[in-house]
Design a binder for this molecule. Sequence first.
Ligand code: ADP
Length: 481
Amino acid sequence: MNDYSKLIFEKSFVNGEWINESDSKFEVINPFDLSVIGQVYNDDRLLVKKAIDVAHSAFKTWKKTSVKERSILMMKWYDLIVQNKIEIATIMTLESGKPFAESLGEIDYGANYIQWFAEEAKRNYGDVIPGFTSEKRIMVLKEPVGVVGAITPWNFPIAMITRKIAPALAVGCTVVIRPSEETPLTALAINYLAHEAGFPKGVINTVVGTNASEMGKELCENLKVSKISFTGSTTVGKILMQQCSDSLKKLSLELGGNAPFIVFEDADLDLAVKGAISGKFRFSGQTCVCVNRILVQENVYDAFVEKFTAAAKNLKLGNGLDSETQIGPLINQKAIDRMQEMIQDATSKGGEIKLGGNFVTPQFFEPTIIANANSEMLFAKNEIFGPIAPIFKFKTEEEAIEMANDTIYGLASYFYTKDLNRTWRVREALEYGIVGINDGLISSEMVPFGGVKQSGQGREGSKYGMDYYLDLKYICIGNVE
Ligand code: ADP
């Protein structure tokens, strides 16, 4: 195996140094075999506060650096991540169970945000507005908001960090990252590479620890933090919003989803099956844009179920480090319990298991297909976040749209059709931030990622991504003679 150990660090990184305030440690577990792959100092609120102080003071100089200076540093960081891709992917697979090819893909995806915003930073234009009286001159400037707190989940250990901090750094903000306790090692490795790239002390800080709620409180309540950017569950998003209300802190939230995947009778069924396989089973279904409910029109229902089951049968379970593996382990026991509860619930309400349905020791779950799904079942309303694919039947386009929108979530949605008029009608009717038409893979640094309803607020990536880390300052020059 490659020498990934050179990028293993087991302490928080604050002010350009590895640091621990706490003496206790927590274990980072490989979900494939439950072995311990790291012992990380378990820091808490105190160190978060220290990191915020440091980031606050670094902001005073970082915001004054030229955009070219920041862009060059970001490009160096991008290069280092790409150069160390194999090592970082190994660490990522070890701590998350993600199949290695997917880890490599995520590193490109995550690094691309850095590259994109390094370029985009140069186009952070303001405006000149005509004076509203003849002697006035008016400008609008864009300024960095200040210190940004980034709270991130385990399912994309790099990309969820870079998607937040790349635009923040590009416009001149400094950051304090609190990564998931499940995947702290990948986060620390990329913070180290940022340091190697030459980012000044205090600009990028990562604090690791298991006390998510207290660490989150410090980030939300500390007046030196101007903005929180969070990716995770809707439940935690709501807590953070409440905690930020006292200081009216800016907030970007990328929360849960319940993605419908609609297959109309005129769809190319093979294409739809291919899309459903990747959209459902990527990272064992553990992403917020993963397909949650497959809705199939009645006259192609049986054919779709048959083809989809045949394709899913071939998915190979195993160690993420094994190049053949397509389905790795689930992240933790809680995830296994949720799968079992959902399957029990579905079968007790008439669901028919077409494939899988079983837990595999120590922490796998078989790709599972459930036909005859209905709106009473748990996954109709809840995010699955695992390899269960429930298939619902519908009669008309109107019914499909109603079913698709019948959720509190509004992140990703997908539909398959060859009818041009239908593509427009359905796209307009879907209450989602993202609509994939005849396509199951929709993420890129070049597009605005985010949801409506209780899937969150704000967008990440694209030309819009920097706006969420900027304040507008309107300048009025009067009495010009
Ligand atoms: P997931 O089920 O994907 O882990 P969570 O919303 O529980 O979703 O977690 C996303 C991130 O938020 C993780 O890093 C987790 O540790 C963190 N987290 C969980 N609870 C809180 C909280 N009360 N305050 C701040 N962060 C939290």
